[in-house]
Design a binder for this molecule. Structure first.
Ligand SMILES: Cc1cc2nc3c(=O)[nH]c(=O)nc-3n(C[C@H](O)[C@H](O)[C@H](O)COP(=O)(O)OP(=O)(O)OC[C@H]3O[C@@H](n4cnc5c(N)ncnc54)[C@H](O)[C@@H]3O)c2cc1C
Length: 489
């Protein structure tokens, strides 16, 4: 039975997810829309947890071209150059948008916006808020603005349960409360880090958006590229979300050291390089620490209050103790393949934010480019939808929903071991053997199968995808897949 309220939204754009990607589309649209938010205050969203901030070329000696160059270098030959140039070009105006929407970005003594330096950026370029609480500050300002915007109807406590399509067009959305007939849906469901044992993202996020889109026939791109953040806090229970120690700590001069205090890597190299360097040390039986005890002007706790809180919760004092660290799944470069307007291959379905694959990140995301992508592409999607709205054509009959089952996800160890930092054909085949039989009826298994399948077919090492059995790079080529490409279980 469908809640009558849902039927009253017939034909409206339906945005699934209320992280920055969903909020940006909602706020940029000019027409009424529905925003689905499973949790009322941003719980379950990576946006809420973002620490470092948003990259944009606003520094006195910076240019969008330099930002593009750094992005392309990190992406290891697989970025879509036109997308990189367009998004980095839009960076400065995205910062203005945040200020206009009331985000209290940090300023230096002269009153200019303060900028962090992060890994693989050639200069300080990251605007931030609340020290290391950029995401929470951004999300809270934007949620406030959504509350004050009467054309945005927020449905809390509702999850996506299926996409309905007829004749190759999106025609409606199944949510927990029933069916919304629409020919315009924007997926903004975030990451799939919850598939792995060690992750910095909310555990509930296991790639259901990707699975629903794939089941409806949408094309997926760059699925093999999963980024491991080098420095999650390796203390406390292993099966919970791991607190992140931002790149900004290394940017501020905190070295990575072994138990004897020896440095072993270039701290601000691209994330995949640093993650592999740490993984190699851990494999050799060493402990790896991030040392934030010796910052010149302000102590760790004053610079990074939220990280300090997480350290205290794990029984560590970052002002006086070194912090044990370990890489953890942090960001998915792949996702629903979209064009420059955020359109997927299924007409009527757009995707934004981490669930989408625009081509900005290529084989490896440059730090703090994801908030920028979600904000900028959200604007472009809204403009596209407003420019092409058509009256809703009555449905033939909505097919009954066939919901995915929701058993407990038990393959997180296998994902970590076989589709983690170091991969091998044998391990990827073993993972597929377990995941594929579950994939028809279980969304996380479908997304995991696509990651394993894409990683198996990339017989080279590039960016965040490292094959121990194929350690060199071939000529750069992007991969994309649909449901029919997967072998049936
Ligand atoms: C700890 C941490 C620190 C980070 N720091 C930075 C940083 O400093 N700078 C930067 O650029 N990036 C950073 N990132 C990455 C960045 O935060 C994310 O890529 C970005 O916020 C993703 O935004 P999003 O809106 O796409 O997804 P999210 O913010 O994750 O939002 C997804 C939304 O979809 C909802 N959802 C999920 N599944 C369903 C479903 N089935 N039905 C309905 N709703 C659903 C969720 O509840 C949530 O509301 C960080 C990530 C983490 C985890």
């Amino acid at each position: 039975m469908t809640d009558p309220l849902l039927s009253s939204y017939t034909g409206w754009p339906v945005i699934i997810g209320s992280g920055l990607a969903g909020l940006s589309v909602a706020l940029h649209l000019k027409q009424p829309c529905v925003l689905l938010s499973p949790h009322p205050n941003g719980e379950g969203s990576s946006t809420q947890l973002a620490q470092g901030g948003m990259a944009a070329a606003i520094g006195p000696d910076d240019t969008p071209e330099d930002h593009a160059r750094d992005t392309l270098r990190a992406g290891a030959g697989l970025c879509d150059e036109a997308v990189v140039r367009a998004i980095t070009q839009a960076g400065p105006s995205a910062v203005e948008t945040l200020l206009r929407w009331g985000v209290p970005l940090a300023r230096d003594e002269s009153g200019s916006l303060a900028l962090h330096l992060e890994g693989a950026h050639s200069r300080p370029r990251v605007v931030y808020a609340g020290g290391d609480q950029s995401g929470a500050y951004i999300a809270s300002s934007l949620r406030e603005k959504v509350r004050a915007t009467s054309r945005i109807h927020v449905l809390t406590g509702q999850s996506l349960e299926g996409l309905h399509h007829e004749d190759g067009l999106l025609r409606g959305v199944w949510v927990s409360g029933g069916f919304i007939p629409t020919q315009c849906c924007i997926l903004a469901t975030g990451s799939c880090g919850g598939l792995y044992r060690h992750t910095t993202i909310p555990l509930s996020n296991k790639g259901m958006g990707i699975a629903h889109a794939a089941l409806a026939g949408a094309r997926l791109g760059d699925m093999e590229f999963t980024q491991f953040h080098p420095t999650s806090l390796a203390a406390g229970p292993t099966q919970t979300r791991r607190p992140l120690i931002s790149e900004a700590v290394r940017g501020a001069g905190g070295p990575l050291v072994l138990e004897n205090g020896e440095r072993f890597t270039e701290e601000l190299a691209p994330r995949d390089v640093v993650s592999r360097a740490i993984a190699a040390q851990l494999k050799d039986g060493h402990q790896v620490y991030l040392d934030g005890r010796h910052f010149k002007d302000r102590p760790f706790s004053a610079r990074f209050p939220a990280i300090t809180k997480a350290c205290h919760a794990a029984g560590l004092d970052p002002d006086t103790q070194r912090l044990p660290v370990k890489p953890a799944m942090h960001y998915h470069m792949g996702g629903i393949a979209v064009d420059h307007h955020g359109r997927s291959s299924l007409p009527g379905l757009w995707a934004n934010g981490e669930v989408a694959c625009t081509g900005l990140h290529g084989a490896n995301r440059l730090a703090s480019n994801s908030l920028l992508e979600a904000l900028v592409c959200g604007k472009w999607i809204a403009e596209d939808i407003d420019a092409h709205s058509t009256p809703f054509i009555p449905l033939r009959a909505p097919t009954p929903r066939v919901p995915f089952l929701s058993p407990t996800w038990t393959l997180n160890d296998l994902m970590e071991e076989q589709a983690g930092i170091l991969r091998h054909e044998d391990g990827l085949r073993a993972l597929l053997e377990k995941a594929l039989p579950l994939a028809r009826h279980y969304g996380p298994a479908l997304t995991a199968s696509f990651i394993a399948w894409a990683a198996l077919h990339r017989k080279e090492s590039r960016g965040s995808h490292w094959r121990e059995d194929a350690p060199t790079s071939r000529s750069p080529q992007r991969q994309s897949w649909t449901l029919v490409d997967l072998p049936s279980a």
